[in-house]
Design a protein around this ligand. Sequence first.
Ligand code: COA
Length: 378
Amino acid sequence: MSTATETTAAAGLRGVVAAQSAIGDVNGDLGKLIYQGYDIHDLAENSTFEEVIFLLWNGRLPSQVELEELSSEIRMNYDAPAAVIEMMKSFPTDADPMDVLRTTVSALDFYDKDGHGTDREHAMGSAIKLTAQIGTISAAWDRIRNGKDVVSPDKSLGIADNFLYMLRGERADTDEARMFDVCLILHADHELNASTFTTRVVAGTLADMYGAVTAGIAALAGPLHGGANTNVMKMLIEIDDPAKIDRWVDKALEEKRKIMGIGHAVYTTEDPRATWLRKYSKVMADKKGVTKWFEMSQRIEQLMQEKKGMFPNVDFYSASTYYLMDIPLDLYTPIFAVSRVSGWTGHILEQYGNNKLIRPRAEYIGKRDQQYVAIGER
Ligand code: COA
């Protein structure tokens, strides 16, 4: 920056307020998360994912009729375009599911004739399609890469229940479907996290919603963001033995390696979402009679609190929860997207509704007054 007010960029823009939003708020010191004024614990206890989607998009809870209308519109749009599913069959079977999601979500735009509209009506249509189809694509990819038939969505089911059905080809039991629904509620929005900020930057150029969400998926895939949940489970599998935890953590800290699922850019205390996921990890451990992963996670949590004063984030206990739900490791981050698309699209709608191109400045730290030297004389 050479012409505007002198300022020093905060590393990673920590603490910088970069947008106004009424969608969600994180109070890092109190460990409090709200969506449109409602505490995440209240919503997790009492709400459904579809109700939360309405809340994020409209700023208030729906009436019964409004909820039924939105749920029905989402269900009517569960089917991804046949051409997109066909295209997926040509992908290499070892393609990472997040790469598949990024590529196919970008392609969904071809099949939405109003997909470039940034007015609320058209953008809302795209938001519904994206929210309905990210789960379909993620589940379909797992079937395709394993040589199985794609399971058509069941339009009588909600997003959570339907996702598990399309993945497994059979219905989840009621408790598991409800637990998964709450997981989707917990991941739906988190203020100006890296992927949401990305979607707002893209939407701020008045690019279409598919482009903005595609960019959000790319950002979510990174191991420091949504990719952490898969890496937590890889870490637990690598350690494998509860007796090895203490030594493993000490060595990781000595080598200055980060423990995945621990720490947060905003929370200085417990991430309220982790409170629910810790409970669910235990529920699944008891249900499956496999307590090892939960116990190992608890020990890592305890050590990281004692040694570094750090707490688990949303990804830490979601790993062992999903693992015992028999969900493949590399689908944990796509599941994050199945939920977070509701927050992304809420933020994109908000950005379109009061748009200003997002164009910050960089603090220039390079050289000045260099003179060009002919290539043969360098
Ligand atoms: N394990 C061990 N040390 C950690 C750590 C972790 N998970 N997270 C942060 N630290 C340490 C860093 O090594 C650094 O130590 P130093 O000051 O001695 O160099 C210090 O804490 C600050 O780390 P930094 O990465 O700058 O903090 P941040 O605010 O940017 O961290 C995260 C936020 C989430 C990026 C970071 O905690 C992290 O990488 N966690 C693991 C990945 C993860 O779970 N991501 C999902 C987030 S929801």
